[in-house]
Design a protein around this ligand. Structure first.
Ligand SMILES: *Cc1c(COP(=O)(O)O)cnc(C)c1O
Length: 379
């Protein structure tokens, strides 16, 4: 089956009891035990496993062409679990991309995770630097994010996965921005692909969920599965059901979001109040050629720097009308956000940078809204 078909069918079927086409939500936390001690379909207690979660994990496994998938209560719970799943005998050194989702930076700087692991960041668009950093000390895990957040950097995934393999380190990519529709990291040699399902896969800004898909069986995968039920940061049945509903339309949504984002990037690139646009689909983006090779589309996310500084960027974010000034990405609504003021002193985002997550509105309405908001800039 091709991607679009799997998005609708994988992990699901007609309900054998009622004939329902849409999978029912199973809210029961506990399941009846038979005389011989066995359980129907193996479900015993819903933290351990339940029908909606199993469906979602099967679906995401097939969409990423992976071996197995483990889901969690949020993207951050999945990220924490991946770090903690690093096997005992692996070095506790993690090499990470320098531009990464802000929540990860918070996790590393403000919780015990940062103290328990030796975290090194590197510009992963520079392969020599990645290689030198990885080889300068024993490394357990290499962490990629491509396209990155919010600077939309593109990493050569296959090359970095190769560096990890040569060093005996596990490799992980945060594939949230690309989704399995546009990017298949496991086929490029990455060990684990991770998602905030909250974003494009859920697609409607109405659920929180995280997922890790493994390329193959490993000690680390076993640790991830054990942590899921033992540490208990599990998604609810309802959120799994919502994610399965959302993923059915992923290809239709993201197709349109890619087209609209490309048109908006072109529009902004020639706008007199815009200094720079970061969208991998633009030919002058430093990662354009790599993105064209490893992605089947350039995504619905872009960033741009306005003429002026923080005041001018905030003016634009505050004067859009149709577009919503909000955090998050991958929803049906178009969101604009001034990352520097959200991320405060920990930020690496330039202070005149705005991030745009393109939704499903008509692209001309979005361009008109951006144009009138940019018109408030007087520099
Ligand atoms: C939102 C996001 C996360 C965190 O996911 P939550 O579901 O909010 O916990 C991680 N990585 C990226 C790229 C994200 O956009």
């Amino acid at each position: 089956m091709r991607f679009e078909t799997k998005a609708v069918h994988a992990g699901r079927g007609i309900d054998p009891v009622t004939g329902a086409v849409t999978t029912p939500i199973h809210l029961s936390t506990t399941y009846e035990r038979s005389e011989d001690g066995s359980y129907t379909d193996g479900f015993m207690y819903s933290r351990g496993d339940n029908p909606n979660r199993r469906s979602l994990e099967q679906c995401l496994t097939e969409l990423e062409n992976g071996h197995d998938c483990v889901t969690y209560a949020s993207g951050m719970a999945a990220i924490t679990s991946v770090i903690e799943a690093l096997p005992e005998d692996q070095p506790k050194r993690i090499v990470m991309a320098d531009d990464m989702y802000f929540g990860v930076r918070t996790l590393l700087m403000e919780t015990d995770i940062g103290r328990r692991y030796d975290i090194v960041t590197v510009d992963m668009t520079n392969l020599d630097e990645v290689k030198n950093t990885v080889e300068s000390a024993e490394t357990g895990l290499i962490w990629m994010e491509s396209p990155s957040n919010p600077q939309i950097k593109i990493i050569d995934i296959e090359a970095v996965a190769g560096i990890a393999k040569a060093a005996g380190a596990y490799s992980v990519i945060d594939n949230t921005a690309a989704t399995p529709m546009l990017q298949q990291p496991l086929s490029l040699g990455v060990d684990f692909s991770l998602h905030s399902v909250t974003k494009y896969i859920g697609g409607h800004s109405d659920l929180l969920l995280g997922a890790v898909i493994a390329k193959e069986d490993s000690e680390m995968l076993k640790n991830l599965r054990t942590a899921q039920h033992a540490k208990g940061a599990v998604p609810s049945s309802f959120d799994c059901w919502l994610a399965l509903r959302g993923v059915q339309s992923l290809s239709a949504r993201l197709d349109m979001q890619c087209r609209s984002a490309a048109a908006i990037a072109d529009f902004l690139a020639t706008h007199e109040k815009v200094e720079e646009v970061y969208y991998p689909g633009l030919k002058n983006h430093p990662g354009h050629e790599i993105a064209a090779r490893q992605m089947s589309g350039f995504g619905g996310l872009l960033s741009f720097q306005v003429k002026g500084g923080a005041a001018e960027a905030l003016k634009v974010a505050n004067t859009v009308g149709l577009i919503t000034q909000a955090t998050s990405l991958g929803g049906t609504h178009t969101y604009i956000e001034h990352r520097a003021s959200v991320e405060k002193e920990l930020t690496k985002a330039p202070d005149n940078l705005l991030r745009l997550s393109v939704g499903l509105e008509h692209v001309e309405d979005l361009k008109e809204d951006l144009d009138q908001a940019l018109g408030h800039i007087t520099v």
